[in-house]
Design a protein around this ligand. Structure first.
Ligand code: GLC
Length: 669
């Protein structure tokens, strides 16, 4: 291959570059390993050069910049442990491994779940019991001391938080998990570092090279101009997007907290550092990197400095280059952005399937809560119908709660499409989930009220937002039952939608809000900690209690989730590649979703209200569900003529069955 990537300065071909690597960092590898490198290099380099050219192609030193990145890749490949090389081959042989319906995700803080990384290893049997195949451990790299935004202010990317263990412990845990069929995901905070990070410290010492790692300004001229179009992410924590440091007489770009300094990716040295870190973590056995706050990675004057094309180029380049050294690694975009922006993180156009393999489906999360508050599925159906298809090699990460607040990402257009005012509806949802709305079942807390925009986000555990806390307090059996059903309905939908469903630690046991954060000075100012509880292992001990034995609410939820897990794993038609289409059911209170592919067709129906609701048999016929219908969760036949009735908050995954000549029920289609 002789493609030239240079821009008119000296005829260095990619082939020359490859030869240099083979004679340099790769020289001690076995010939077969060198061949594999060559193959991947040839397959992926153009995918890297396309975005890199857009990012850095105008620089005079572009050639050496690319050569530097290639060297980092080659060094990481040379260091990749043998078991991970085998994993690379395995993943390449089965590239859809993460799209299977057998995937079940679990998210927790290592310390809050099990004390430490070693503690997590001891809890693997619990995860296995739940059917977990993907474990996201919340930020665990060495954070700054004191307040650290839940670990999102990283001081060293090559060290583990000493309270949790060491980097060797992390590698051992990753290997152990893998042996048990669980892929490890960790956070990579790539938009910013802690101001205590070595690079920031050097910058503070006045080192110009490191000052160029960040976005620094000698006076307010540019910050003021930027601010005109910039929103505030945490207006309560830190108004504005810049912080002044007298030591260096500079304004530093700080989107989040004062102690989180945004990185300057226009400087290729920053890209090189982060690439090296990505591959270092991949070589510890991390299989998925949650790329934090990626929407913010590139700034452009006059814009909100989110979702810029260059932020996508950066991700595409990271992915293409990591495919050469560590093809088993997946990237997951944490981009909590407007619906029309979100899909781009899975790659569009030439970059389809070439950006992040995974992205959080923020809209689904928001729309599920919206439907539960309204007891209507109209907005959810309409808004989901507006979302484009996902590229075939990608998957959503579906979730109903995470460690962050819920921001009501419902666009004015989507709301108007069903006759609602966007602003009024978002205000209603905040009122509802903070418990202020008359008759609300929820107990949540308001987060970051911004009087300028009216934006009001919500915190609260899944159980408390779904009504369990209030219902249990008033010992109202009927309301407890409804709350449990809401929790199960949310899990049902995120298991059926397509992609990797995430169970957020404690939701499987209905853990309520945790107010103990108020006693910790480092946490008290941030009420997101209300829904980041410690694992309640006493409750977990109840999980096997028998249904008939008046078992606890926790056991009821746990067992019902186990049934959903089993049903999902037994339903290949829920593979992430299958289309996922919201459909009108003819009943405003029943959400419908059609999963359709050569693997089979599944019609998901979900009653989002506390009344019995029905879908007409005729509508089911129109959708092609006209013969014997079976609920794939319970395995039972479902009566569908003249109508199919759903109990309060009931949901079905319907498949068709036909009868054999002998009259037995046979295959699904
Ligand atoms: C992401 C994290 C959030 C954090 C922010 C800044 O949005 O999920 O918890 O505060 O990034 O790192």
């Amino acid at each position: 291959m002789t493609t030239a990537f240079f821009r008119g300065r000296g005829p260095v071909s990619t082939n020359d570059l490859l030869q240099r690597l083979l004679q340099g960092p790769l020289r001690n590898l076995e010939p077969i390993e060198q061949e594999l490198f060559r193959l991947r290099f040839e397959l992926c380099l153009n995918d890297a050069l396309r975005p890199l050219g857009k990012l850095y192609g105008e620089r005079k030193d572009y050639e050496s910049v690319v050569a530097r990145f290639a060297e980092i890749v080659a060094h990481a490949y040379a260091r990749r442990p043998a078991d991970l090389r085998l994993l690379d081959l395995r993943r390449e042989a089965q590239p859809d491994w993460f799209q299977h319906s057998t995937m079940i995700g679990y998210v927790c803080y290592a310390d809050r779940f099990a004390g430490s990384l070693d503690g997590v290893a001891e809890k693997i049997p619990y995860l296995r019991e739940l059917g977990v195949t993907y474990l996201h451990l919340m930020p665990l790299l060495k954070p700054r001391p004191g307040a650290n935004d839940g670990g999102y202010a990283v001081m060293s990317y090559r060290q583990v938080n000493p309270d949790l263990g060491t980097m060797d412990d992390l590698a051992a845990l990753a290997a152990h998990l893998r042996d048990e069929g669980i892929s490890l995901c960790i956070d990579l905070v790539c938009n910013h570092t802690a101001k205590e990070h070595r690079w920031a410290q050097r910058a503070m010492d006045g080192d110009a090279a490191y000052q160029d790692y960040y976005l620094m300004f000698a006076d307010r001229t540019l910050p003021d101009r930027y601010e005109q179009a910039l929103p505030e992410v945490f207006p309560d924590f830190k108004p504005g997007n810049f912080t002044y440091y007298e030591e260096i007489e500079r304004w530093v770009w700080t989107t989040f907290h004062e102690y989180q300094w945004d990185l300057n990716y226009a400087n290729p040295a920053v890209f090189a550092e982060m690439l090296d870190i990505i591959l270092f973590l991949a070589n510890q056995g991390v299989e998925v990197l949650r790329m934090d706050a990626v929407a913010f990675m590139w700034k452009r004057m006059g814009t909100d400095c989110q979702n810029q094309p260059e932020a996508h180029y950066l991700l595409q380049a990271f992915r293409a280059l990591s495919r050469i050294a560590a093809p088993a690694l997946l990237l997951k975009a944490e981009a909590i952005v407007a619906p029309e922006r979100l899909i781009h993180y899975l790659g569009r156009g030439l970059a389809a399937n070439k950006e992040c393999e995974l992205a959080y489906h923020n809209q689904l999360m928001v729309l599920m809560w919206s439907a539960l508050a309204e007891r209507r599925a109209v907005l959810m159906t309409h808004a989901l119908q507006q979302m484009p298809e996902t590229p075939s090699g990608c998957a959503w990460v579906t979730y109903a709660r995470c460690h962050d607040d819920i921001g009501w990402a419902i666009s004015d257009e989507d709301a108007a499409g069903v006759g609602l005012s966007g602003a009024m509806h978002r205000a209603f949802l905040s009122d509802f989930y903070s418990g202020r709305f008359p008759g609300s079942f929820a107990r949540g807390a308001t987060f970051q009220f911004n009087p300028r925009t009216g934006d009001r986000r919500i915190n609260g555990s899944m159980a408390s937002l779904a009504g369990l806390e209030v219902a249990q307090e008033s010992q109202d059996g009927q309301q407890i039952e409804f709350a449990v059903r809401r929790i199960l309905l949310l899990h049902n939908l995120l298991f059926a939608f397509g992609g990797i469903p995430l169970i957020y630690m404690g939701d499987e046991l209905g853990l309520p809000n945790d107010y103990s954060y108020l006693n910790d000075a480092n946490l008290a100012g941030d009420n997101r900690w209300i829904h980041r509880p410690r694992m309640d292992w006493n409750r977990a001990a109840d999980r096997r209690a028998n249904r008939q034995d008046g078992q606890s609410v926790a056991a009821q939820i746990f067992q019902a989730i186990l049934s959903l897990v089993a049903a999902r794993k037994a339903t290949p038609a829920l593979h992430a590649q299958a289309g996922s289409h919201a459909i009108w059911t003819g009943n405003d209170h029943v959400f419908g979703l059609l999963r359709d592919s050569p693997r089979g067709r599944v019609l998901v129906l979900a009653n989002v209200s506390e009344e019995v609701r029905a879908v007409s048999g005729q509508r089911l016929q129109e959708l092609g569900f006209d013969s014997y219908l079976v609920d794939l969760i319970s395995g039972k036949l479902v009566e569908s003529w003249p109508e199919l009735a759903l109990e309060p908050y009931e949901a079905f995954w319907l498949g068709r069955q036909s009868r054999t000549n002998e009259g037995r029920l046979a295959f699904f289609d």
